[in-house]
Design a protein around this ligand. Structure first.
Ligand code: PGA
Length: 306
């Protein structure tokens, strides 16, 4: 490998990630023959084929797969090193990679505003997925921090409780139940219900609650988006249980109403987690401290819940 260059490894990482010379050339602003030439030289340096072409598709060979894992490791360490050096020079800079569940899109981008103002050298990349998707990202170690509200029990992670996440029962504003107080939960089970998709953390909580009360929900529709569920409630398709954060911008005014159900809101929390043993980067630590100290206050101050 002593003839391989850092540039070749960078090009390889991009080709391997996309499994395509064309897409790698686009991302790197190189021509395709340049990319092919770099990969040819790297293959010679390694002494084994790195890719194989089957039909029109490019696949990593076993040697290619091993090199890909090694490259990710090298580039991760290098970027950690750059961040440490920047920190030693008194600057916070580098890339902050966050993976977070879809429901946080109602408050996390707002929280990021003041954070990015304070630390202009930090670039943020935010990936949204559901609870199940977060577990996959954790497995791939693809981010600095992961934000969700159900800490996975089957994984060895470090977790910090940072912000409240109350779950509420939503109905259209003109639904007859809006006039009632302390509605028994069994009454909710009689109404048509709109459920999040399987793999959603919100769904897990809702399902557990109704199982605990030995009640079966009348699920009329399954939707994988909070926003689509809100529209479906307004469309009269049923009730649902969602995070109160989903109302952050419109507030609890028409066309949606929060029902007064006994035992609600369910008091949940948002957690920041990362795999045990992971060395948190400087920017990861900075963001975690920021969330712990200011997250709740900024979230509440910029939402219209009342
Ligand atoms: P969800 O996330 O988008 O997967 O429902 C909420 C949660 O983590 O509980």
């Amino acid at each position: 490998m002593k003839n391989a260059t850092m540039h070749q490894l960078r090009v390889f990482e991009v080709v391997a990630r996309h499994c395509s010379y064309t897409r790698a050339a686009e991302e790197l602003f190189l021509t395709q023959p340049t990319v092919s030439m770099q990969m040819k030289q790297l293959t010679q340096a390694v002494g084994l084929p790195l890719f194989e072409q089957i039909g029109k598709r490019l696949y990593l060979t076993d040697a290619g797969q091993k090199l890909y894992t090694t490259c990710k490791d090298i580039f991760d360490r290098l970027s950690q090193f750059e961040m440490d050096i920047a920190d030693m020079k008194g600057m916070k800079q580098g890339q902050l990679k966050l993976s977070t569940v879809t429901t946080t899109k109602y408050f996390l981008p707002r929280i990021l505003g003041p954070f990015c103002d304070r630390y202009p050298g930090i670039d943020v990349s935010l990936k949204f997925t559901n609870h199940e998707g977060i577990q996959q990202y954790l497995h791939e170690n693809s981010s600095d921090l992961y934000i969700l509200s159900q800490v996975p029990e089957n994984l060895d992670v470090v977790s910090y409780k940072v912000i409240e996440n109350p779950l509420v029962v939503l109905a259209p504003y003109n639904h007859p139940l809006t006039k009632e107080r302390q509605i028994p939960i069994a009454r909710i089970a009689e109404e048509p219900f709109i459920m999040r998709e399987s793999g959603s953390g919100t769904r897990q909580v809702v399902q557990k609650l109704f199982d605990r009360h030995d009640l079966k929900l009348k699920v009329r529709l399954e939707l994988s988006s909070n926003e689509a569920i809100k529209q479906a409630i307004v469309g009269g398709l049923g009730l649902s249980i969602l995070s109160r954060h989903t109302l952050a911008l419109e507030g609890m005014t028409k066309p949606l109403a929060v029902l007064d159900v006994a035992g609600f809101p369910i008091q949940n929390y948002w957690y920041v987690i990362y795999p045990s043993g992971k060395q948190l980067s400087v920017v990861g630590r900075t963001f975690l401290n920021y969330l712990q100290q200011e997250g709740e206050q900024i979230t509440e101050a910029s939402a219209f819940f009342n």
